[in-house]
Design a protein around this ligand. Structure first.
Ligand SMILES: NC(=O)c1ccc[n+]([C@@H]2O[C@H](COP(=O)([O-])OP(=O)(O)OC[C@H]3O[C@@H](n4cnc5c(N)ncnc54)[C@H](OP(=O)(O)O)[C@@H]3O)[C@@H](O)[C@H]2O)c1
Length: 255
């Protein structure tokens, strides 16, 4: 059941885009940092469980078709291990669809094929790997044996716009949540693939220079991943425990 507060902002029932509508949904400290384990404690009388619960509740209320994370984050979540098969038949670099069985998608952006899933789901959602075409046949065979679906993002695995279109057409999904880490969020921003930000701000600070932030683009010096884009505030709400929830639509910047 969707939270009634979410109806304050109209959600797209059908995206006009070829690719799914993508919402970057993240929790952060007031200094934009990524790791809640590093944040200052909740103030006296504020329940950490309530604060943590807001993230999942809002995640669910978006009623998205699945979620996307970068290779490092997916490696922490997926618990499989390599079987070390010596060889595999040659496999065409074409999308492979396992048995999704109506489940939401758990999508890992894994250009070099490093993530081992060990099963066909992550937390109950159907696992999908986004790969570079150069990954080994052995890795593809292991993904198939695990029941994992995969699509390709070009020869090097860096064609994120193409991969999102392929995911949209292959799985018929309309809305996805992008949930970190900062590197993959930065890459999606650079490619203009974020339609909306949903940001939960903890009343907390990390404070250490150089710690990861929720958008952490790695690119040439001087590059501005958000160039040409503008954010419009569409929702601002103070949640129980003092967490602030912001929603921003991403628009083309005025010329
Ligand atoms: N709210 C939260 O607390 C939260 C949410 C999410 C994640 N996290 C944390 O964030 C940390 C990981 O964040 P992260 O930023 O280091 O890693 P990440 O975004 O999870 O993964 C980055 C990896 O994604 C792959 N990738 C594919 N295409 C890319 C592109 N165009 N640009 C950049 N990377 C691309 C690369 O894999 P290869 O290196 O294989 O090429 C890259 O190393 C974890 O510790 C996780 O727990 C926290």
């Amino acid at each position: 059941m969707a939270d009634p507060d979410l109806r304050l902002v109209e959600q797209p029932s059908e995206s006009p885009l070829m690719r799914p509508y993508i919402i970057c949904h993240m929790g952060t400290s007031i200094d934009g940092r990524l790791h809640p384990s590093r944040f200052t404690s909740a103030a006296a009388g504020v329940s950490s469980d309530v604060l943590r619960g807001h993230y999942e509740r809002i995640h669910e209320s978006f009623e998205a078709d699945g979620w996307i994370v970068g290779r490092k984050t997916m490696s922490e979540m997926a618990k499989g291990s390599a079987r070390g098969a010596p060889s595999s038949p040659k496999l065409a670099r074409e999308a492979h669809v396992g048995n999704r069985n109506g489940r939401k998608l758990a999508i890992g952006i894994d250009p070099s094929g490093r993530v081992q899933f060990g099963k066909d789901n992550v937390g109950g959602d159907h696992a999908v790997a986004v790969l570079g075409e150069h990954v080994s046949d052995v890795h593809l065979s292991e993904l198939r044996a695990d029941g994992v679906s995969y699509v390709f993002a070009g020869p090097k695995g860096d064609d994120l716009p193409g991969a999102m279109e392929r995911i949209g057409s292959t799985f018929g999904v309309k809305k996805l949540l992008l949930e970190g880490g900062g590197s993959i969020n930065g890459a999606f921003l650079k490619h203009g693939l974020i339609d909306e930000f949903s940001t939960l701000i903890f009343s907390a600070v990390d404070g250490v220079a150089g710690t990861q932030s929720i958008i952490d683009y790695h690119g040439p010096e001087g590059d501005r991943p958000g160039a040409g884009q503008a954010l419009r505030l569409t929702h601002c709400e103070t949640l129980e425990g003092g967490m602030v929830w912001l929603r921003h639509a991403v628009e083309r910047a005025p010329s």
